[in-house]
Design a protein around this ligand. Sequence first.
Ligand code: GUN
Length: 287
Amino acid sequence: MTRIIDGNSLAAIVREQAAIQVQEFEQQTGTTIGLAVVLVGDDPASAVYVRMKESDCAQVGIRTFDHRLPADTSQAELLDLIDCLNADSAVHGILVQLPLPDHCDEEEIIARILPEKDVDGFTATSLGLTIRGQDGIRACTPLGVMRMLDYYGIDIEGKHAVVVGRSTIVGKPQSLLLLAANATVTVCHSYTQDLPSVCRQADILVVAAGSAKLIDKSCIKCGAVVIDVGINRGEDGLIGDVDFESVAPLASAITPVPGGVGPMTRAMLVENTVQAALKAGSLRQNT
Ligand code: GUN
């Protein structure tokens, strides 16, 4: 029997726990936990993601500071905004929704976010701490995937994990987290030769390629765990990177799209924001 990994249910559990922590923080410090959300331009998909993230925050009692900026906002204006948010003690986390418009230098914007407010886990500091296995903020999607594997009791140690995709926000940090959990990790990308044969070696297959239905049953070893990070827009709604119908019968467990990784990414954003606030709160107490 194939288990369907239910990201919606697990995300709801994470939010319930976060809501308790938010309330405790408020009682102890008199401060509401705050997340600044920066959205530049009018990309409809980004607008939807941001709305869902803000709704999750509202549900747990995190206050959001909404910064919707026109597409022609200059790099200097954006950097100034980040500086203000870094300095604002009511803001515990900063989220800059990507992609930014073409004229913006994304690297420079992300680098400007204070690491302790980098609740997306995108800065060089956060990624460096991930590589070093040190305490720090982990990227939300890879962290959400690890949480799902853990919750569903899926063994990672000694298993062969294959990650399809090498982006800085998913594939690379995902491979590091799986490595830290003692998996043997292979990372595939657009230059990989014979992708199906590499994927067929996977006990755990994480697909974050951004290509609808890239992975079909020819890529699956019987009994593999399949995690689909893809969110592609098709005529009939959202489609994953995995052809669910063809793959599910072979897999021991699989995430659906929608309702798999997506809600967990958002739940980890909530959790990272709470953790950032707790850390800022305890630092303030100790000084
Ligand atoms: N764009 C696509 N995914 C993400 C994400 O997880 N965070 C941000 N900030 N932008 C994104």
